[in-house]
Ligand binder design. Structure first.
Ligand code: URA
Length: 229
């Protein structure tokens, strides 16, 4: 980040004032006076103004939401209310979902304004696990465990789904752990084995477990945030 931008932000002053203060030799980076606002700072460097260290504050925000049915995970939609309805935070429109749920799916949605962080959750490269509780129309059979473990050929997809862990709870309920996020993946996996998902709920992403009632949200703890590093 440019030094003048960093200073304006952290001191809460305009760039014009920052430029004057830089010219007045009041700013050091790692102990060296810097007069150019264009100087590129790295996150590891120490900036001092008038002898006081400026502690970089991270403005990024991280929340979990227990999404009810009937809300879309995009932040703007012409037809349906969005998940931002539940988020009582300043500039909530700057937040985005790190992995979306369908309109009728309930459960854990992670929200942030940190694009790099959400990329670690959604990017196929990171194999981030998501755990779903699935209710189906037809009774579940034990052979499905192997089928899902082996991978399924979804309609219009080039490759098999990655190994998924199916834990059958009873005839109509199971927990499914997947490490991808293909479009409507869970519903399509069950459709591919001639079943139909009637209810879908996400309870976990990585090691972050949903622990709040439906329609509520809370900030993530530092450990939860760091768990995706
Ligand atoms: N898979 C689906 O089919 N729907 C979701 O909402 C999430 C995963």
């Amino acid at each position: 980040m440019r030094l003048d931008k960093f200073l304006a932000h952290h001191l809460g002053v305009s760039r014009t004032i920052v430029t004057k203060e830089l010219k007045a030799k009041k700013v050091t980076v790692d102990g060296v006076i810097i007069k150019s606002g264009a100087y590129q700072l790295t996150p590891q460097q120490t900036v001092e103004y008038d002898g006081y260290e400026i502690t970089p504050i991270t403005n990024n925000r991280y929340f979990m939401l227990n999404k009810p049915q009937g809300y879309v995970c995009s932040t703007d939609d012409p037809d349906y209310p969005t998940i931002l309805y539940f988020i009582d935070e300043p500039m909530s429109e700057k937040l985005h979902a790190a992995g979306r749920l369908d309109l009728d799916t309930t459960g854990l949605v992670l929200l942030t304004d940190d694009g790099k962080w959400s990329h670690r959750i959604t990017s196929p490269k990171h194999h981030c696990q998501k755990v779903y509780v699935v209710t189906v129309e037809q009774p579940l059979t034990v052979d499905l465990i192997h089928t899902f473990e082996h991978g399924i050929q979804l309609h219009n997809e080039k490759s098999l789904t990655k190994p998924a862990l199916l834990n059958i709870i009873d005839d109509y309920h199971a927990e499914l752990t997947i490490s991808e996020g293909r479009y409507h993946q869970v519903k399509r996996m069950f459709a591919a084995v001639n079943n139909h998902v009637v209810e879908l709920h996400r309870k976990q992403i990585g090691t972050v477990i949903l622990d709040i009632p439906e329609g509520e949200y809370r900030p993530l703890t530092q450990d939860e945030i760091n768990s995706f590093s």
